[in-house]
Ligand binder design. Sequence first.
Ligand SMILES: [Cu+2]
Length: 474
Amino acid sequence: MLLSKKDTMQIPYLTRRRFLGATVSAFALTIWPVSGASAALAGRPVMLEARPGKANLLETSDAATAIWGYDGRVPGPVLRARQGDEVWVRFTNRLDQPTTIHWHGIRIDNAMDGVAGLTQEAVQPGESFDYRFTVPDAGTYWYHPHNKTWEQMARGLYGVLIVEEKDAPDVDQDIIVVADDWRLGENGAIHEASFGSIGERAHAGRLGNILTINGDPLGAFKVRAGERVRLRLVNSCNARILKLRFEDLEPQVLALDGQPVTPYALKNEIATLGPAQRMDLLIHMTGHPGASQAITEVSQSRLVAARFNYGSQAPLPVTKDTLKLAANGLAVPDMASAKKVDLVMAGGAMGQVDRISHRGKTYSMRELVREHGLVWAFNGVAGMPEKPLFTAKRGETVAVRMVNETRWPHAMHFHGHHFREAHADAPWRDTLLMEAAEERSVYFVADNPGKWMLHCHMLEHQAGGMATWFEVEA
Ligand SMILES: [Cu+2]
């Protein structure tokens, strides 16, 4: 691949005219109605439609952007279930292209995993599909399509699935923060000409020029001084690695990708989230009544992403004690007996690759790009192979040694399972951010039978070839 770094499109965030600090008008304060958007999930299906809609993504314009959203809005409705409950969603596709729903991070029944072409046929326009599954783990999860994901998610198809603990932790507020970058043209419409760009597939993926929090360019949360807030961060960007900075606050990390961790302080107040990753934080709101504290996004430049706006009420007494979530009880890997698998990531811009195979034929990178639009490979194979990367016996521990031989970071996502690295206190994750030239080994117990995808969650990389699958025997 001969594209150089200077071919990378530099997409600056659009300048955002913003009323800062004390001049924020009450009118501009928007709080996402989490409870109002919640769907009770018991005994009968929740109806959910993928359909076109409108969203005000630009604070400077009255013109709404045409999007695709679950129930026509972005994010889609918050789905809440209790740990161990059954979730039953009757999904209808009102788009003009086939789609599915993938329930990201849920250790789910394979038939409900929503991967078009692997676990189900895509749901055709006008048709419906019942997703019905139990949720074994409490935590912060999300849902999105798994068919042409790079286009469908960029148009706004995503939502949050909260699985509540049996004993809900004692906090004053539970706030969801879904951060997304959008690529909009000058007219405020989604920039369609860049969909499928080979250059972006080969580089960092589709980066946006507008950042929204819960679909809102002016993310703002009302808080009270002294409150304890649980903040659930979700990165729904196609490709951006978010760096969210909590100025003048000292957040503690409670969970990663839905799975609780031993609480620890966020380093430099910055939460780094690769695409699809989640992070639950506990924040003591230590500002004064009337104050405003910014959440900034600093991956590219310093951009105010959202604000905590303190009400005028007298402060609650600040309690500095932390909060530990109960572990979900994932099976512990048996390192000694692990089945060893290598996964070598190659290709992309400035990558050194001679030959890559795709559907049984071998290509030079130049031919592969020209004939199939593919630019990446796992173990020398681009795109979904006919045979799985590996097959595991049910209950077997698998060790996957991932070697990033590319010049780019990748967000490696395993379906149906959480995994962890070998070191003590390594968190359980479903998506691992790997830097260029890094090598990381992850372990998991293959206890969920079925065919599971393993891919980069930078959606242009996935579309450009970084996709494979593994099978767990019944
Ligand atoms: Cu990638």
